[in-house]
Design a protein around this ligand. Structure first.
Ligand code: BGC
Ligand code: CA
Length: 339
């Protein structure tokens, strides 16, 4: 019996050392963020930092300054340094193949965040994961916000033609979130039974300043009274559009001068704008859970453990995709999203 117990103890010790070859305090994770002055990614970055502090490992983070060449050099430096795992928010998601190859060659686990590599890249390595959110969902939810508003407020159809005349402000070209949010928000308005007319659609690259410029141009082209709704692929651009509307005396408190504007992300300034009545709604893009999930995967993989739902606490699809759900943020529930 004693022998049996001893054997059991040895077996347990071996199993533990096999599944956790490295102690968390010895783990170093290298992360690259596509650029630091992105509101949403700043939320993800802060969540990563906080989670790693909690876990007790070391996290290095660098700013890729929106240049893929800089980011590639940063990944090279991390590999030379022999980090235990890489987290990459690519500058150009279509250029993530070389980053995957470098990680694979060095046998370092790599987690992509927010900008989804193509499937062939994801399938070419077994220690690769993607943490993000299904952009279709957020597109659908933001389109629904506008449709629900028009159902509750028939007067929002200002020219009484039974159609919604809208402006679309799109994110960066080629970003999966820009393409899918645009398509699915349009689909949701149609699915709700509305006829829609696109007065204008342009990219503002996720940027508030660019969105103000684009919206100002659309206002002078069409006249503010002819615009009935604004859909933006993210909150920064929605807030940029609101700034352009404010300059016309719109969305500044007078109910007769109001155009429903929706975004995506549920950033603090967007929730503030909802509170002030300047913005109709948004969709929570859960930065906290995207940051936490990335760190959890990195730590488990770096420690030599198996990455699964039990070890990271998030559902995994096809062995490598972690989809964090979106949530619709309305005038009724926005308060619960304020931190
Ligand atoms: C967010 C944007 C952000 C972009 C960065 C999107 O998911 O909604 O706010 O600028 O990711 O890649
Ligand atoms: Ca109309």
């Amino acid at each position: 019996m004693k022998k049996f117990l001893l054997c059991l103890m040895v077996l347990c010790a071996v199993m533990v050392s096999v599944s956790w070859a490295k102690d968390v305090s010895d783990i170093v994770v290298g992360a690259c963020i596509y650029k630091y002055d992105d509101t949403f990614m700043t939320g993800v970055r802060n969540a990563m930092i906080a989670e790693m502090e909690k876990q007790g490992g070391k996290l290095q983070v660098v700013n890729s300054q929106n240049k893929q060449t800089i980011q590639t050099d940063q990944v090279d430096a991390y590999i030379t340094e022999e980090v235990d795992a890489l987290i990459v928010n690519p500058v150009d998601r279509t250029a993530s193949e070389p980053l995957m190859s470098k990680a694979k060659e060095a046998d370092i686990p790599i987690i992509f965040v927010n900008r989804e590599p193509y499937a062939d890249v994801m399938n070419a390595y077994d220690r690769i994961w993607y943490v993000g959110a299904k952009a279709e969902e957020s597109g659908t939810q933001s389109g629904e916000l506008i449709a629900e508003y028009f159902k509750a407020h028939p007067e929002a159809d200002k020219n009484h033609d039974g159609k919604i005349q809208y402006i679309m402000l799109r994110g960066e070209q080629g970003h999966q979130d820009a393409v899918l949010r645009t398509d699915y928000s349009i689909k949701a308005m149609k699915d709700a039974g509305f006829e829609i007319v696109e007065l204008g659609s342009d990219t503002a690259n996720w940027s508030k300043v660019q969105a103000t410029d684009k919206m100002t141009a659309f206002i002078s082209e069409h006249g503010v009274d002819n615009i009935e709704a604004v859909l933006a692929n993210n909150d920064d651009m929605a807030l940029g559009a609101i700034e352009a509307l404010n300059a016309q005396g719109y969305n500044a408190g007078d109910p007769a001068r109001y155009i429903p504007v929706v975004g995506v992300d549920a950033t603090a300034p967007a929730l503030e704008a909802m509170k002030n009545g300047a913005m109709l709604g948004t969709v929570l893009n859960d930065a906290d859970n995207q940051g936490i999930a990335s760190i959890k995967i990195a730590v488990v993989a770096a420690a030599g453990g198996e990455v699964n739902e039990e070890t990271i606490g998030y559902k995994i699809t096809d062995g490598k995709y972690i989809w964090i759900p979106y949530r619709k943020v309305t005038t009724e529930n926005y308060q619960q999203f304020i931190k």
